[in-house]
Design a protein around this ligand. Structure first.
Ligand code: HEC
Length: 443
């Protein structure tokens, strides 16, 4: 009886909070110009504008109204803006989380339910100040154009067909002195390159080492390392080695060229900590199998793969970016501390192959892990008919580079630390937490 009653009151509370959530404060009638356009300008039009890779422009009322029911569906299910972290488990504090608030979602839903009204034209906000289509996104943020630009050689992307790869090696303009990268940006050509490049990497190959300078995927275009952290580019001769994955879009694209811009720390201001940037962590090649030999997903079936990586040095984790293909469903990263304690660091439970999002932790949420910690990665593949992105559930699926084959790895932004730097960072973080706790107690 008691159980039934508490269930009842729970239902009632949910109903009330849902009612509250769908009624934006103080507004009688939700209009596009006053209530909805500001939300779209702030959260959507960076992608949804003419010439971008997103399907339609949301800058004007006419298109927004035409797409109203789809907009409602995508924001209500939180598929837009794209962000696929599981909200029920793991760290939730990210620097680049674009998610709408509950009340923004409620406003959009009500606008659609009320008939997607336009409202008073004079309420329309001024058009947002968007970077030009072909511009460096970081230029404004950093305050100057890149210090150095490297370019891939031209590639013709066919109109129709399967995945294409392009991997030229190009002479690098050798540096006289070693330099430290603070930011990089990977810039596909505008507008068509944005549509045909699925993902790519650029590395510098020196005689004795390779430095991976830039990684790109739809949804991840640039990276700025925190103050005091940089990626070292040695002086001397090197080749820029490109690894570009194109996907035909029904239109031939000629002479596509990708650019990577590098912003260095000022000469003489060397950062204290050297980062490797994003490091590839495999979630295949288990049981001593060759790479991907263990990926074997039956028709209409599922497969779970796990991979482990032991950290030999203390490590700061700044981001993660899962990579699977069309059957990919979930991927997670857990820490198993030397004392056996286990912690979920991040989990994507609604993976979508077209997106290669990099989930970047907020500064104080970045996992700071002692030497001897094991990172445990888990991938789940879903080859059932319920997976909406599955092109054909009747197939056996094995490892391969094409989107219809599978892969399983995670790119993890990691910086290995000296023991004393690690201890100092742990102490600093604890001190900050104590200060905040003391302030909250006092106030
Ligand atoms: C980072 C870029 C990006 C942002 C930000 C973004 N979108 Fe999208 N959106 C896309 C892309 C790319 C697609 C097509 C692929 C897909 O469906 O995931 C899409 C698809 C959609 C669709 C489906 C269109 C169709 O043809 O059915 C809707 C609706 C939508 N977005 C609405 C929104 C709204 C509303 C926002 C803001 C609250 C938003 N999006 C933010 C990139 C973006």
């Amino acid at each position: 009886m008691r159980g039934a009653r508490s269930l009842h009151s729970l239902v009632a509370i949910c109903a009330i909070s849902m009612a509250l959530a769908t009624a934006p404060a103080g507004a009688q009638e939700v209009t596009f110009t006053r209530d909805v356009a500001p939300i779209l300008y702030e959260n959507c039009v960076e992608c949804h504008r003419t010439g971008s890779f997103a399907p339609m422009s949301l800058l004007n009322y006419e298109t927004a109204r035409r797409y109203a029911s789809r907009i409602k569906f995508r924001v209500q299910t939180r598929q837009m803006p794209p962000w696929h972290v599981d909200r029920t488990v793991g760290i939730q504090d990210y620097a680049n989380d674009p998610s709408l608030t509950d009340s923004e979602i409620a406003t959009i839903v009500q606008w659609v339910d009320d008939g997607a009204l336009m409202g008073d034209a004079s309420d329309m906000p001024p058009p947002p100040d968007l970077p030009q289509g072909g511009a460096w996104v970081l230029e404004e943020r950093v305050g100057r154009p890149p210090d150095m630009i490297v370019r891939s050689s031209p590639y013709d992307v066919i109109a129709n067909g399967q995945d294409q790869w392009w991997g030229p090696s190009i002479e690098f303009d050798a540096l006289d002195e070693p330099r430290w990268i603070q930011s990089y940006e990977f810039k596909p050509a505008y507008p068509m390159g944005m549509r045909v490049i699925h993902h790519g990497h650029a590395s510098l190959r020196f005689a004795d080492q390779t430095v991976a300078i830039a990684h790109y995927g739809v949804g991840k275009r640039y990276e700025t390392f925190p103050e005091g952290v940089g990626m070292l580019v040695p002086a001397g001769e090197a080749q820029v080695v490109w690894n570009l994955h194109y996907f035909p879009v029904g239109e031939r694209v000629e002479n596509d060229v990708v650019e990577v811009g590098l912003w260095f720390y000022p000469e003489g201001e060397d950062p204290e900590i050297q980062t490797r940037g994003e490091v590839l962590m495999r979630v295949d090649r288990t049981n001593g199998m060759p790479r991907g030999g263990d990926i074997l997903i039956p028709p209409f079936g599922k497969q779970v793969l796990q991979g482990v990586h032991v950290l030999r040095q203390p490590t700061l984790i700044s981001s993660f970016r899962p990579h699977m293909h069309m059957r990919g469903k979930e991927m997670s990263m857990e820490a198993i501390y030397p004392d056996g304690r286990r912690e979920m660091l991040g989990k994507v439970s609604d993976y979508r192959h077209i997106w290669q999002l990099s989930y970047q932790y907020a500064e104080d949420a970045r996992p700071l892990l002692p030497a001897g910690t094991t990172l445990l990665f888990t991938s789940v593949f879903d080859n059932s008919a319920e997976n909406p992105l599955n092109p054909d559930p009747t197939q056996w699926v094995v490892f391969g580079r094409r989107g219809v084959d599978e892969m399983s790895h995670m790119w993890v932004g990691m910086t290995n630390l000296e023991q004393e730097v690690y201890e100092r960072m742990v102490a600093e973080r604890q001190e900050r937490e104590h200060r905040i706790a003391a302030r909250d107690d006092g106030g």
